[in-house]
Write a protein that binds this ligand. Structure first.
Ligand SMILES: Cc1cc2nc3c(=O)[nH]c(=O)nc-3n(C[C@H](O)[C@H](O)[C@H](O)COP(=O)(O)OP(=O)(O)OC[C@H]3O[C@@H](n4cnc5c(N)ncnc54)[C@H](O)[C@@H]3O)c2cc1C
Length: 556
């Protein structure tokens, strides 16, 4: 049935109010002020109820993005206060640690700051709103609007549909927001970017590689750490076949961010990234810092780690892709905020010129690519273009390659290192456990939860502040749940139960003799996108829930 929909017309629509999207908005305002002319109507669509609520990061910010965007950020009161004062890197074994005699250049953080990305993004949104940008929070882009093959805006999700798909009395159809240029800044594995990449086959030569980052914010006794302390770890609890490591950032002497990142290209189907994070917290390096403290917040989010060669074509007729959605992240430095911001600036420059010239074709918007290629984005990402892929051969091989790569600025006799999609690297139970696979409900890195330093997923979800309207269709769409019951259970032991850090997926035996079936606790979802990325059959689609639901990452 055709619905009467409200339509809103703007010049430039930005989907996603994170560092990338808000930087694009602020740069557009600056261009407008510099160039004059008819004022542009700029709108930002953000799915969280409040700006910054869905932000999860480490986070150490390299201020170079801010310097470009708002050179007087200190005067403007940016919440960027804790300068990094001490940088350490450790190799961990189960019981001991070995401190690197020097900090490898990519992990040096002098001149950088430890921030709460939640507070930083809220501040960016305030700056944008005070400059006249419309920031619509609580509205998610549900689908891209096209005319022929030109992007002409975005439709927001319908509201007021019950869990059976039936309209409630409160039903409101989504709004069509039409724009000359749409900038997609919908973050890692953005739902709109995903459809755009598929429609126009924008994928680069190397598929994107992802990781999951799991983090807790702790209130700790004030005698444990100095503000500005930064620790990165490699090794335990990961094995040579897994990529990742831990981070500990002291925001103040009483507040510590503790997190763990695991490459979503691990082989063991019974591996659980959330358990790896718990093992990390129990390590003798970490647990004494946390003892006597308490968790304030928990969360998880994926990161795009593939680097330069995994960035898709980012311009089509009427649209650009920026930030994590495109993959502008330096995984060797574990930094994407400044790159997201710089990509927002480049997109604003390209979009502004295109709108003023009344030509928003892909060839005009390709100016974005030229700005990226000629500026600091390529300068930072190109020299490390092969490093993440090299870790596909194992941790130690990757470390050797990374070292060589810094000496040669990324040159490698065989050119570009290829790497397949991470989910394809997961081995079947019988391949991985040749001596006889354990049961499908086992976890290979299980640990006893003490509820002091370590927590189960449900307790952690409670700490994420996640809230969704319960009576709505599931925003996690599994195209064929029979696959879960049959092939996935036999082949992989339902890895979604383990890789989801929020207990969204459960395999339940209801005793009816039909075996286990999938149960989805959609209201637990912390929007990390791991299921959409890591499902071995690629049958899970994450789409935005209605009404701004999701985590509440206050202070994260
Ligand atoms: C555990 C972890 C640690 C990290 N540590 C660091 C660090 O120390 N330093 C650093 O520089 N980087 C770090 N990063 C990376 C950094 O956080 C990202 O690169 C950066 O946040 C990307 O910004 P973005 O604006 O592109 O995407 P995001 O920050 O993800 O913002 C995207 C926004 O779009 C919104 N959105 C998504 N879909 C829709 C939709 N359909 N409609 C409307 N809105 C939508 C989201 O709610 C979100 O607000 C880390 C990341 C993780 C996960």
């Amino acid at each position: 049935m055709n619905l009467e929909r409200e339509t809103l017309e703007v010049d430039i629509l930005i989907v996603g109010g994170g560092p990338a999207g808000l930087s694009a908005a602020l740069r557009l305002v600056a261009l407008q002020r510099r160039e004059g002319g008819e004022p542009l109507r700029i709108a930002v669509l953000e799915k969280s109820r409040q700006s910054g609520s869905h932000m999860l990061s480490g986070a150490i910010i390299d201020p170079s993005g801010l310097d470009v965007l708002l050179p007087d950020w200190k005067m403007l009161g940016a919440p960027v206060e804790t300068a990094v004062s001490d940088d350490r890197v450790y190799y961990l074994t189960e019981r001991s640690r070995w401190r690197f005699p020097f900090t490898p250049p990519p992990l040096r953080n002098r001149g950088n700051y430890i921030i709460s990305l939640n507070r930083f993004v809220r501040w960016l949104a305030d700056q944008a709103e005070s400059e006249g940008v419309d920031v619509f929070t609580g509205f998610a882009g549900a689908e891209v609007l096209y005319e022929a093959d030109r992007v002409v805006g975005v439709r927001t999700g319908d509201r007021g549909v019950d869990k059976h798909g039936v309209r409630k009395e409160t039903f409101e159809p989504g709004v069509d927001i039409r724009a000359n240029v749409t900038i997609l800044a919908d973050g890692v594995r953005g739902n709109l970017t995903k459809t755009l990449i598929q429609k126009f086959r924008l994928t680069s030569s190397i598929p994107q590689t992802y990781a999951i980052g799991i983090k807790e914010l702790w209130a700790i006794p004030s005698d444990r750490v100095k503000p500005g302390l930064v620790i990165h770890t490699v090794g335990y609890p990961l094995r040579n076949e897994e990529f990742g490591g831990g981070f500990i950032y002291a925001l103040s002497k009483e507040q510590l961010a503790v997190g763990f990142v695991v490459g979503l290209d691990y082989r063991d189907p019974l591996f659980d990234p959330h358990m790896a994070f718990q093992q990390f917290k129990q390590h003798p390096l970490v647990s004494p810092m946390l003892a006597g403290g308490e968790v304030i917040r928990y969360g998880a989010k994926a990161l795009p780690e593939g680097g330069w060669h995994s960035i898709p074509r980012c311009h089509v007729d009427g649209a650009l892709i920026i930030g994590d959605a495109a993959g502008f992240l330096n995984s060797v430095r574990l930094k994407g905020i400044h790159l997201a911001m710089k990509s927002g600036v480049c997109a604003a420059d390209a979009a502004f010129t295109a709108v003023r010239a009344d030509d928003v074709s892909a060839s005009k918007l390709a100016a974005f690519q030229t700005l990226v290629n000629n500026g600091s984005l390529r300068r930072e990402l190109y020299p490390v273009r092969n490093v993440r892929q090299a870790f596909g051969a194992g941790f130690f091989a990757g470390m050797v390659f990374a070292g060589m790569s810094f000496m040669t600025r990324g040159w490698w006799p065989l050119g570009q290192l290829w790497s397949g999609s991470g989910h394809k690297k997961m081995a079947r139970l019988v391949e991985y456990y040749r001596a006889g696979p354990p049961g499908p409900d086992e976890t290979s890195n299980k640990l006893k939860i003490d509820r002091t330093v370590t927590f189960d997923k449900l307790t952690n979800v409670h700490h994420s502040g996640t809230r969704h309207e319960e009576d709505q269709p599931s925003h996690l769409i599994v195209q064929d749940t029979d696959v879960c019951r049959t092939r996935c259970r036999d082949d992989y032991g339902n890895p979604c139960v383990r890789f989801c850090p929020a207990n969204v997926y459960e395999m339940i035996d209801d005793g009816s003799g039909t075996g286990h079936h999938l149960h989805i606790n959609a209201s637990n979802c912390v929007h990390c996108k791991t299921c959409d990325i890591m499902d071995p059959y690629q049958i899970i689609d994450w789409v935005p829930p209605e009404d701004g639901g999701g985590p509440d990452y206050e202070g994260m």
